[in-house]
Design a binder for this molecule. Structure first.
Ligand SMILES: [Zn+2]
Length: 237
């Protein structure tokens, strides 16, 4: 799938999982997700749904922060054995989740920075990067990202679910690649078998553009109605 659809699948995935995990507790992580956590989780998940493609030079995510993301991308490409290899494995999802969860437990500040970076990536992926005017798009993206991160911070958003959202975002990326022609080596480095190779629809083809992307967009709208208590959230006159 294209970066745009991957990012959208992250938003929809998180919104879909919220009612399922709400109020539950796994290994000490309690899911008490208010509006702030739903929005933050959606964007974190959307950003994470682009992470596996960091190993590709021309992917949306690799271009997001210029030299910074390009360097991380080159490093990941080297460590995980080239494009769509180790970064598309369950091991990668697990590692990313564990790393960010450790970050969340270690420092409040580090989490804020990481959320800022992921929200920027998410907005870029969702289409805030307007191709015709890159400079303006960059500034708008940065302002939007800063605004959202700051709003989430002042709202006292709790990030104890951070690792789960990141690992989940990576898994959603794999599903996106499996349902298109690309195969995903889920069991890397133990097995090179690519799940879903040559099965499904074409990346950026008519099915993705005319069916998958509009359906994901619709799902975001419908879930927004379903998940948020709008009369509570709107300012009272
Ligand atoms: Zn991919």
């Amino acid at each position: 799938m294209m970066g745009h659809s991957h990012a959208l699948s992250g938003v929809v995935g998180w919104m879909a999982i919220v009612p399922v995990v709400q109020g539950l507790e796994f290994y000490g992580v309690r899911f008490d997700l208010g509006p702030g956590e739903i929005i933050a989780g959606s964007l974190v998940c959307a950003g994470a749904a682009l992470l596996p493609d960091l190993d590709h030079k021309s992917a949306t995510i690799t271009k997001t922060y210029g030299f910074f993301t390009e360097t991380i991308g080159a490093l990941l490409n080297w460590v995980f054995g080239g494009h769509r290899n180790g970064t598309h494995s369950l091991l990668f999802a697990l590692l990313m989740g564990a790393m960010t969860q450790a970050l969340a437990l270690w420092s409040e500040m580090a989490v804020q920075i990481f959320v800022f970076l992921l929200v920027g990536i998410a907005l870029q992926g969702l289409g805030f990067g307007m191709d015709k005017n890159r400079a303006a798009a960059g500034i708008i993206n940065a302002l939007g990202t800063a605004g959202i991160t700051l709003a989430l911070f002042t709202a006292g958003t709790d990030y104890s679910w951070m690792g789960v959202a990141v690992a989940f975002g990576c898994l959603l990326h794999f599903i996106g690649d499996i349902i298109t022609h690309m195969g995903v080596p889920l069991m890397w480095p133990f097995s090179k078998y690519r799940v879903g190779q040559d099965v499904g629809f074409k990346t950026d083809g008519p099915v993705e553009r005319k069916i998958v992307t509009p359906m994901l967009t619709m799902a975001v709208v419908l879930y927004s109605f379903y998940l948020f208590d709008w009369p509570e959230l709107l300012p009272k006159s």
